[in-house]
Design a binder for this molecule. Sequence first.
Ligand code: ZN
Length: 465
Amino acid sequence: MTATVWTNATVVTCDPQNTVADAVAFDGGRIVAVGREDEVRSSVGPGGEVVDLDGATVLPGLIDTHPHLMHFGALAEPLVEWIMTTPVGEPHYFLRRSYRDLAEGTLPDRTTLDRAVPRHPVFIQAWAPVTPNLCAMNSMALERLGITRDTPDRVENVWVEKDEIGEPTGRLRGSVTNYYSDSEFMNDLLRRMPVLQGDALVPGTERAMQTANQLGVTTIYEGHLMAFSLIEVYRWMRNEGRLTTRVLCSPEAETFGVPWSEPPLDLDDYVARLARAEALVDHSDEMFRIDGVTVSRYGPCGPGFILMRDPYLGPYGETTTGRSFVSPDKIEAAIRHCDQHDLRLNVVTAGTAEGDHLLDQLEALKHRPATTDGRSWVLQNFYFADPDRVRRVAALGLAVTTSMSFSWGKGELVRQRFGEHLLEDLIPLARLAEAGIHVGCGTDWGRGACRSFPCCVATGGWPRR
Ligand SMILES: [Zn+2]
Protein backbone atom coordinates (compact mmCIF):
# COMPACT_ATOMS: atom_id res chain seq x y z
CA MET A 1 0.00 0.00 0.00
CA THR A 2 1.22 3.51 -0.71
CA ALA A 3 -0.93 5.40 1.72
CA THR A 4 0.01 8.88 2.82
CA VAL A 5 0.14 9.19 6.60
CA TRP A 6 -0.35 12.44 8.47
CA THR A 7 1.15 12.25 11.93
CA ASN A 8 1.42 14.55 14.95
CA ALA A 9 -2.02 15.90 14.10
CA THR A 10 -5.18 16.63 16.07
CA VAL A 11 -7.65 14.63 14.05
CA VAL A 12 -11.20 15.53 15.05
CA THR A 13 -13.09 12.55 13.73
CA CYS A 14 -16.68 13.59 14.58
CA ASP A 15 -17.44 9.91 15.11
CA PRO A 16 -20.24 9.09 17.59
CA GLN A 17 -17.73 9.03 20.48
CA ASN A 18 -16.14 12.31 19.35
CA THR A 19 -12.75 10.60 19.16
CA VAL A 20 -9.71 12.79 18.66
CA ALA A 21 -6.90 10.84 16.97
CA ASP A 22 -3.31 11.87 16.26
CA ALA A 23 -2.79 10.26 12.87
CA VAL A 24 -4.72 9.60 9.71
CA ALA A 25 -3.81 7.70 6.54
CA PHE A 26 -5.39 8.04 3.14
CA ASP A 27 -4.96 6.42 -0.21
CA GLY A 28 -6.55 7.26 -3.54
CA GLY A 29 -8.61 10.04 -1.99
CA ARG A 30 -10.07 7.85 0.75
CA ILE A 31 -9.25 7.62 4.44
CA VAL A 32 -7.90 4.14 5.14
CA ALA A 33 -6.89 4.44 8.81
CA VAL A 34 -7.32 6.83 11.68
CA GLY A 35 -6.14 6.49 15.27
CA ARG A 36 -2.92 6.53 17.26
CA GLU A 37 0.17 7.05 15.17
CA ASP A 38 1.65 3.61 15.89
CA GLU A 39 -1.64 1.90 15.00
CA VAL A 40 -2.07 3.86 11.80
CA ARG A 41 1.53 3.36 10.67
CA SER A 42 1.44 -0.37 11.32
CA SER A 43 -1.92 -0.78 9.62
CA VAL A 44 -0.74 0.85 6.39
CA GLY A 45 2.78 -0.59 6.44
CA PRO A 46 5.96 1.07 5.20
CA GLY A 47 6.46 2.79 1.88
CA GLY A 48 4.08 5.72 1.85
CA GLU A 49 4.76 9.36 2.45
CA VAL A 50 4.68 10.49 6.09
CA VAL A 51 3.88 14.12 6.82
CA ASP A 52 4.39 15.63 10.28
CA LEU A 53 1.54 18.13 10.80
CA ASP A 54 3.19 19.70 13.85
CA GLY A 55 0.00 19.53 15.89
CA ALA A 56 -2.32 21.02 13.26
CA THR A 57 -6.01 20.19 13.48
CA VAL A 58 -7.62 18.02 10.81
CA LEU A 59 -11.38 18.17 10.44
CA PRO A 60 -13.77 16.27 8.20
CA GLY A 61 -14.88 18.36 5.23
CA LEU A 62 -17.72 20.69 6.17
CA ILE A 63 -21.09 20.44 4.46
CA ASP A 64 -22.95 23.65 3.71
CA THR A 65 -26.57 22.53 3.58
CA HIS A 66 -27.98 25.76 2.14
CA PRO A 67 -25.27 27.72 0.31
CA HIS A 68 -26.84 29.26 -2.81
CA LEU A 69 -23.30 28.96 -4.12
CA MET A 70 -24.28 29.25 -7.76
CA HIS A 71 -26.68 32.15 -7.22
CA PHE A 72 -24.32 34.30 -5.20
CA GLY A 73 -21.26 33.17 -7.14
CA ALA A 74 -22.86 34.42 -10.35
CA LEU A 75 -24.11 37.63 -8.73
CA ALA A 76 -20.58 38.41 -7.56
CA GLU A 77 -18.96 38.06 -11.00
CA PRO A 78 -17.52 41.25 -12.51
CA LEU A 79 -19.39 42.48 -15.55
CA VAL A 80 -18.07 43.87 -18.79
CA GLU A 81 -20.16 47.01 -19.12
CA TRP A 82 -22.37 47.51 -16.11
CA ILE A 83 -20.76 48.24 -12.76
CA MET A 84 -22.84 46.79 -9.98
CA THR A 85 -21.83 46.93 -6.38
CA THR A 86 -23.08 45.07 -3.37
CA PRO A 87 -25.08 47.20 -0.95
CA VAL A 88 -23.19 49.32 1.53
CA GLY A 89 -22.91 47.63 4.88
CA GLU A 90 -22.19 44.40 6.53
CA PRO A 91 -23.01 41.11 4.89
CA HIS A 92 -24.54 38.71 5.05
CA TYR A 93 -27.97 40.30 4.89
CA PHE A 94 -26.74 43.90 5.04
CA LEU A 95 -29.05 44.29 7.99
CA ARG A 96 -26.99 45.47 10.89
CA ARG A 97 -25.07 48.14 9.00
CA SER A 98 -26.24 49.85 5.86
CA TYR A 99 -26.16 53.04 3.83
CA ARG A 100 -27.74 54.67 6.89
CA ASP A 101 -24.40 54.32 8.64
CA LEU A 102 -22.56 56.35 6.01
CA ALA A 103 -21.63 59.90 7.09
CA GLU A 104 -24.15 61.18 4.53
CA GLY A 105 -26.82 58.77 5.74
CA THR A 106 -27.72 57.93 2.16
CA LEU A 107 -26.27 56.58 -1.09
CA PRO A 108 -24.63 58.96 -3.59
CA ASP A 109 -26.86 60.54 -6.21
CA ARG A 110 -26.29 60.32 -9.94
CA THR A 111 -24.25 63.54 -10.09
CA THR A 112 -21.68 62.10 -7.68
CA LEU A 113 -21.70 58.72 -9.40
CA ASP A 114 -21.33 60.34 -12.83
CA ARG A 115 -18.16 62.10 -11.66
CA ALA A 116 -16.70 58.77 -10.56
CA VAL A 117 -17.98 56.69 -13.48
CA PRO A 118 -19.06 58.64 -16.54
CA ARG A 119 -18.85 55.91 -19.16
CA HIS A 120 -20.44 52.82 -17.57
CA PRO A 121 -23.92 52.29 -16.17
CA VAL A 122 -23.63 51.99 -12.38
CA PHE A 123 -26.06 50.31 -10.02
CA ILE A 124 -25.57 50.15 -6.24
CA GLN A 125 -27.79 47.24 -5.41
CA ALA A 126 -30.17 46.55 -2.55
CA TRP A 127 -30.19 42.91 -1.57
CA ALA A 128 -33.03 41.16 0.17
CA PRO A 129 -34.48 40.97 2.68
CA VAL A 130 -34.38 44.54 4.00
CA THR A 131 -37.53 46.38 2.98
CA PRO A 132 -37.92 49.32 2.56
CA ASN A 133 -34.46 49.71 1.05
CA LEU A 134 -32.48 52.08 -1.14
CA CYS A 135 -30.59 51.61 -4.40
CA ALA A 136 -28.74 54.12 -6.57
CA MET A 137 -27.80 54.57 -10.22
CA ASN A 138 -25.78 56.97 -12.31
CA SER A 139 -27.15 58.84 -15.33
CA MET A 140 -26.18 56.20 -17.85
CA ALA A 141 -28.03 53.49 -15.90
CA LEU A 142 -31.13 55.72 -15.61
CA GLU A 143 -30.99 56.30 -19.34
CA ARG A 144 -30.67 52.58 -20.13
CA LEU A 145 -33.67 51.83 -17.95
CA GLY A 146 -35.74 54.71 -19.28
CA ILE A 147 -36.15 56.45 -15.92
CA THR A 148 -36.78 60.12 -16.67
CA ARG A 149 -38.57 63.15 -15.25
CA ASP A 150 -41.74 61.65 -16.77
CA THR A 151 -41.49 58.50 -14.65
CA PRO A 152 -44.06 58.80 -11.84
CA ASP A 153 -42.67 59.72 -8.40
CA ARG A 154 -44.14 56.52 -7.06
CA VAL A 155 -44.89 53.24 -8.82
CA GLU A 156 -46.30 50.53 -6.54
CA ASN A 157 -44.10 50.62 -3.45
CA VAL A 158 -41.12 52.13 -5.28
CA TRP A 159 -40.42 55.85 -4.83
CA VAL A 160 -38.38 57.49 -7.60
CA GLU A 161 -36.54 60.36 -5.92
CA LYS A 162 -36.52 63.64 -7.87
CA ASP A 163 -34.57 66.85 -7.36
CA GLU A 164 -36.08 70.35 -7.06
CA ILE A 165 -36.43 70.69 -10.83
CA GLY A 166 -38.09 67.31 -11.18
CA GLU A 167 -35.17 65.27 -12.53
CA PRO A 168 -34.55 61.78 -11.07
CA THR A 169 -31.63 61.84 -8.61
CA GLY A 170 -30.72 58.21 -9.31
CA ARG A 171 -32.00 56.98 -5.95
CA LEU A 172 -34.96 54.60 -5.72
CA ARG A 173 -36.51 53.72 -2.37
CA GLY A 174 -38.95 51.18 -1.03
CA SER A 175 -39.39 47.69 -2.48
CA VAL A 176 -36.17 47.88 -4.49
CA THR A 177 -34.35 44.69 -3.46
CA ASN A 178 -32.83 42.36 -6.05
CA TYR A 179 -35.15 39.55 -5.07
CA TYR A 180 -38.33 39.36 -3.00
CA SER A 181 -38.99 42.95 -4.03
CA ASP A 182 -42.72 42.36 -4.56
CA SER A 183 -42.76 45.11 -7.19
CA GLU A 184 -43.34 44.38 -10.85
CA PHE A 185 -41.87 47.80 -11.69
CA MET A 186 -38.61 46.94 -9.88
CA ASN A 187 -38.54 43.39 -11.25
CA ASP A 188 -38.87 44.79 -14.75
CA LEU A 189 -35.88 47.10 -14.16
CA LEU A 190 -33.88 44.18 -12.76
CA ARG A 191 -34.69 41.99 -15.74
CA ARG A 192 -33.22 44.68 -18.00
CA MET A 193 -29.96 44.72 -16.05
CA PRO A 194 -27.43 41.89 -16.18
CA VAL A 195 -28.12 40.94 -12.55
CA LEU A 196 -27.80 37.17 -12.87
CA GLN A 197 -26.16 36.45 -16.19
CA GLY A 198 -25.82 33.05 -17.79
CA ASP A 199 -22.20 33.76 -18.68
CA ALA A 200 -21.38 34.32 -15.02
CA LEU A 201 -22.77 31.01 -13.77
CA VAL A 202 -19.75 28.78 -14.39
CA PRO A 203 -16.90 31.19 -13.48
CA GLY A 204 -18.89 32.55 -10.53
CA THR A 205 -19.65 29.08 -9.20
CA GLU A 206 -16.04 28.00 -9.66
CA ARG A 207 -14.80 30.97 -7.65
CA ALA A 208 -17.44 30.41 -5.00
CA MET A 209 -16.44 26.75 -4.70
CA GLN A 210 -12.80 27.74 -4.27
CA THR A 211 -13.73 30.12 -1.46
CA ALA A 212 -15.82 27.39 0.13
CA ASN A 213 -12.87 24.97 -0.16
CA GLN A 214 -10.58 27.46 1.56
CA LEU A 215 -13.04 27.58 4.44
CA GLY A 216 -13.08 23.80 4.74
CA VAL A 217 -16.32 23.15 2.88
CA THR A 218 -16.12 20.08 0.66
CA THR A 219 -19.80 19.35 0.09
CA ILE A 220 -22.75 21.59 -0.72
CA TYR A 221 -26.44 20.91 -0.76
CA GLU A 222 -28.13 23.17 -3.30
CA GLY A 223 -31.75 22.66 -2.39
CA HIS A 224 -33.32 26.11 -2.57
CA LEU A 225 -34.32 28.14 -5.62
CA MET A 226 -32.62 25.56 -7.81
CA ALA A 227 -34.28 25.81 -11.16
CA PHE A 228 -33.90 22.72 -13.33
CA SER A 229 -31.70 24.72 -15.70
CA LEU A 230 -29.23 25.59 -12.91
CA ILE A 231 -28.89 21.92 -12.01
CA GLU A 232 -27.88 21.28 -15.61
CA VAL A 233 -25.08 23.83 -15.16
CA TYR A 234 -23.77 21.78 -12.23
CA ARG A 235 -24.07 18.63 -14.34
CA TRP A 236 -22.07 20.27 -17.11
CA MET A 237 -19.41 21.36 -14.62
CA ARG A 238 -19.23 17.80 -13.27
CA ASN A 239 -18.78 16.39 -16.75
CA GLU A 240 -16.05 18.95 -17.48
CA GLY A 241 -14.24 18.06 -14.23
CA ARG A 242 -14.79 21.55 -12.84
CA LEU A 243 -16.41 20.74 -9.50
CA THR A 244 -14.20 21.24 -6.45
CA THR A 245 -16.94 20.45 -3.97
CA ARG A 246 -19.31 17.53 -3.94
CA VAL A 247 -22.70 18.82 -5.03
CA LEU A 248 -26.12 17.52 -4.08
CA CYS A 249 -29.01 19.25 -5.82
CA SER A 250 -32.72 19.16 -5.26
CA PRO A 251 -34.79 21.04 -7.85
CA GLU A 252 -37.48 23.40 -6.59
CA ALA A 253 -40.85 22.50 -8.06
CA GLU A 254 -41.89 26.12 -8.43
CA THR A 255 -39.63 29.07 -7.72
CA PHE A 256 -40.87 32.54 -6.86
CA GLY A 257 -39.63 35.86 -5.53
CA VAL A 258 -36.86 36.45 -8.08
CA PRO A 259 -37.30 38.87 -11.00
CA TRP A 260 -37.25 36.06 -13.54
CA SER A 261 -39.80 33.87 -11.71
CA GLU A 262 -42.42 32.31 -13.91
CA PRO A 263 -46.14 32.88 -13.25
CA PRO A 264 -47.69 30.38 -10.82
CA LEU A 265 -48.24 26.90 -12.28
CA ASP A 266 -51.61 25.22 -12.28
CA LEU A 267 -51.88 22.05 -10.23
CA ASP A 268 -51.41 19.65 -13.15
CA ASP A 269 -48.24 21.41 -14.27
CA TYR A 270 -47.03 21.43 -10.70
CA VAL A 271 -47.48 17.67 -10.43
CA ALA A 272 -45.68 17.30 -13.77
CA ARG A 273 -42.75 19.16 -12.20
CA LEU A 274 -42.71 16.68 -9.32
CA ALA A 275 -42.52 13.85 -11.85
CA ARG A 276 -39.71 15.65 -13.65
CA ALA A 277 -37.76 15.91 -10.39
CA GLU A 278 -38.37 12.23 -9.78
CA ALA A 279 -36.91 11.35 -13.18
CA LEU A 280 -33.72 13.25 -12.35
CA VAL A 281 -32.86 11.35 -9.15
CA ASP A 282 -29.38 9.92 -9.44
CA HIS A 283 -27.12 8.77 -6.59
CA SER A 284 -24.57 6.94 -8.70
CA ASP A 285 -21.89 9.64 -8.71
CA GLU A 286 -20.31 10.76 -5.45
CA MET A 287 -19.32 14.18 -6.81
CA PHE A 288 -22.71 15.11 -8.21
CA ARG A 289 -26.06 13.85 -7.03
CA ILE A 290 -29.63 14.88 -7.61
CA ASP A 291 -32.15 13.81 -5.05
CA GLY A 292 -35.67 14.78 -4.12
CA VAL A 293 -37.70 17.85 -4.77
CA THR A 294 -38.02 21.13 -2.89
CA VAL A 295 -41.24 22.95 -2.15
CA SER A 296 -41.86 26.21 -0.36
CA ARG A 297 -44.73 28.61 0.19
CA TYR A 298 -43.41 31.82 1.66
CA GLY A 299 -40.76 34.52 1.43
CA PRO A 300 -38.74 36.33 4.09
CA CYS A 301 -40.11 38.56 6.83
CA GLY A 302 -38.47 41.77 5.52
CA PRO A 303 -41.04 42.35 2.75
CA GLY A 304 -43.81 40.87 4.92
CA PHE A 305 -44.02 37.51 3.14
CA ILE A 306 -43.49 35.09 6.00
CA LEU A 307 -46.72 33.28 6.93
CA MET A 308 -47.50 33.84 10.60
CA ARG A 309 -50.45 32.89 12.79
CA ASP A 310 -50.61 36.31 14.43
CA PRO A 311 -50.79 39.53 12.39
CA TYR A 312 -47.54 41.46 12.25
CA LEU A 313 -46.18 44.70 10.88
CA GLY A 314 -45.22 44.69 7.23
CA PRO A 315 -42.50 46.88 5.74
CA TYR A 316 -44.70 49.96 5.42
CA GLY A 317 -46.35 49.72 8.82
CA GLU A 318 -49.34 47.80 7.50
CA THR A 319 -50.66 44.69 9.23
CA THR A 320 -50.18 41.36 7.47
CA THR A 321 -50.06 37.63 8.11
CA GLY A 322 -47.76 37.04 5.13
CA ARG A 323 -48.22 35.79 1.63
CA SER A 324 -48.50 32.28 0.23
CA PHE A 325 -46.76 32.11 -3.15
CA VAL A 326 -47.47 28.40 -3.53
CA SER A 327 -50.91 27.19 -2.52
CA PRO A 328 -51.37 24.65 0.29
CA ASP A 329 -52.96 22.19 -2.14
CA LYS A 330 -49.74 22.09 -4.16
CA ILE A 331 -47.80 21.27 -0.98
CA GLU A 332 -50.39 18.58 -0.28
CA ALA A 333 -49.90 17.21 -3.80
CA ALA A 334 -46.12 17.21 -3.29
CA ILE A 335 -46.42 15.32 0.00
CA ARG A 336 -48.65 12.69 -1.60
CA HIS A 337 -46.49 12.41 -4.71
CA CYS A 338 -43.25 12.02 -2.77
CA ASP A 339 -44.84 9.48 -0.44
CA GLN A 340 -46.19 7.38 -3.30
CA HIS A 341 -43.12 7.65 -5.51
CA ASP A 342 -40.38 7.25 -2.89
CA LEU A 343 -39.06 10.73 -3.59
CA ARG A 344 -37.34 12.69 -0.85
CA LEU A 345 -39.25 15.86 0.01
CA ASN A 346 -37.50 19.07 1.12
CA VAL A 347 -39.80 21.72 2.50
CA VAL A 348 -38.56 25.24 3.07
CA THR A 349 -40.59 26.35 6.05
CA ALA A 350 -40.36 29.14 8.58
CA GLY A 351 -43.50 30.98 9.64
CA THR A 352 -45.68 29.79 12.51
CA ALA A 353 -48.85 29.49 10.41
CA GLU A 354 -47.37 27.62 7.51
CA GLY A 355 -45.16 25.50 9.78
CA ASP A 356 -48.14 24.25 11.77
CA HIS A 357 -50.17 23.66 8.62
CA LEU A 358 -47.30 21.69 7.09
CA LEU A 359 -46.95 19.52 10.18
CA ASP A 360 -50.72 18.85 10.08
CA GLN A 361 -50.34 17.79 6.44
CA LEU A 362 -47.39 15.50 7.20
CA GLU A 363 -49.06 13.94 10.25
CA ALA A 364 -52.09 13.12 8.07
CA LEU A 365 -49.89 10.55 6.30
CA LYS A 366 -50.16 8.46 9.49
CA HIS A 367 -46.62 7.17 9.07
CA ARG A 368 -43.13 8.60 9.22
CA PRO A 369 -42.30 10.22 5.91
CA ALA A 370 -38.99 8.88 4.61
CA THR A 371 -37.54 7.16 1.59
CA THR A 372 -37.66 3.37 1.58
CA ASP A 373 -33.89 3.27 2.09
CA GLY A 374 -34.45 5.16 5.34
CA ARG A 375 -33.50 8.73 4.51
CA SER A 376 -35.57 11.36 6.29
CA TRP A 377 -37.48 14.06 4.57
CA VAL A 378 -35.98 17.48 5.22
CA LEU A 379 -37.25 20.73 6.65
CA GLN A 380 -35.14 23.65 5.48
CA ASN A 381 -34.80 26.87 7.52
CA PHE A 382 -37.39 26.02 10.22
CA TYR A 383 -37.11 29.41 11.99
CA PHE A 384 -39.69 29.19 14.72
CA ALA A 385 -39.10 25.93 16.52
CA ASP A 386 -41.24 26.17 19.65
CA PRO A 387 -41.27 23.09 21.91
CA ASP A 388 -44.50 21.74 20.42
CA ARG A 389 -43.28 22.03 16.81
CA VAL A 390 -39.95 20.45 17.78
CA ARG A 391 -41.76 17.51 19.38
CA ARG A 392 -43.86 17.05 16.23
CA VAL A 393 -40.82 17.23 13.93
CA ALA A 394 -38.97 14.69 16.06
CA ALA A 395 -41.99 12.37 16.06
CA LEU A 396 -42.16 12.57 12.26
CA GLY A 397 -38.44 11.73 12.04
CA LEU A 398 -37.73 14.78 9.89
CA ALA A 399 -34.21 16.16 9.46
CA VAL A 400 -33.64 19.91 9.68
CA THR A 401 -31.26 22.17 7.82
CA THR A 402 -31.04 25.70 9.07
CA SER A 403 -28.75 28.69 9.43
CA MET A 404 -27.60 30.51 12.52
CA SER A 405 -27.59 33.62 10.37
CA PHE A 406 -31.36 33.80 10.85
CA SER A 407 -30.65 34.49 14.52
CA TRP A 408 -27.63 36.74 14.47
CA GLY A 409 -28.45 38.38 11.14
CA LYS A 410 -32.21 38.70 11.26
CA GLY A 411 -32.91 38.49 14.98
CA GLU A 412 -33.42 42.23 15.35
CA LEU A 413 -35.83 42.24 12.41
CA VAL A 414 -37.76 39.37 14.00
CA ARG A 415 -37.97 41.32 17.26
CA GLN A 416 -39.25 44.43 15.48
CA ARG A 417 -41.82 42.66 13.35
CA PHE A 418 -43.12 39.87 15.60
CA GLY A 419 -42.11 40.90 19.11
CA GLU A 420 -39.58 39.86 21.69
CA HIS A 421 -41.46 36.71 22.71
CA LEU A 422 -40.61 34.84 19.49
CA LEU A 423 -36.84 35.22 19.91
CA GLU A 424 -36.59 32.23 22.23
CA ASP A 425 -38.01 30.01 19.46
CA LEU A 426 -35.71 31.36 16.75
CA ILE A 427 -33.36 28.55 15.62
CA PRO A 428 -32.94 26.92 19.05
CA LEU A 429 -30.19 24.49 18.04
CA ALA A 430 -29.86 22.91 21.47
CA ARG A 431 -33.62 22.28 21.64
CA LEU A 432 -33.53 20.60 18.23
CA ALA A 433 -30.48 18.50 19.05
CA GLU A 434 -31.81 17.45 22.45
CA ALA A 435 -35.02 16.26 20.77
CA GLY A 436 -32.87 13.88 18.72
CA ILE A 437 -33.40 15.73 15.44
CA HIS A 438 -30.58 15.57 12.89
CA VAL A 439 -29.63 19.18 12.20
CA GLY A 440 -27.37 20.33 9.40
CA CYS A 441 -26.37 23.97 9.20
CA GLY A 442 -25.67 26.19 6.26
CA THR A 443 -25.09 29.76 5.31
CA ASP A 444 -28.06 30.62 3.04
CA TRP A 445 -25.44 32.80 1.43
CA GLY A 446 -22.67 32.15 -1.03
CA ARG A 447 -19.08 32.89 -1.67
CA GLY A 448 -18.05 33.29 1.97
CA ALA A 449 -19.19 36.90 1.86
CA CYS A 450 -20.06 36.49 5.47
CA ARG A 451 -17.40 36.39 8.13
CA SER A 452 -19.44 33.87 10.07
CA PHE A 453 -19.34 31.45 7.13
CA PRO A 454 -17.35 28.69 8.83
CA CYS A 455 -19.31 28.91 12.06
CA CYS A 456 -22.65 28.86 10.25
CA VAL A 457 -21.64 25.58 8.72
CA ALA A 458 -19.74 24.07 11.60
CA THR A 459 -22.48 24.60 14.18
CA GLY A 460 -24.34 21.83 12.37
CA GLY A 461 -21.84 19.34 13.73
CA TRP A 462 -22.93 19.59 17.34
CA PRO A 463 -22.62 16.36 19.23
CA ARG A 464 -26.00 15.01 20.18
CA ARG A 465 -26.21 14.11 23.82
ZN1 ZN B 1 -32.30 30.00 0.64
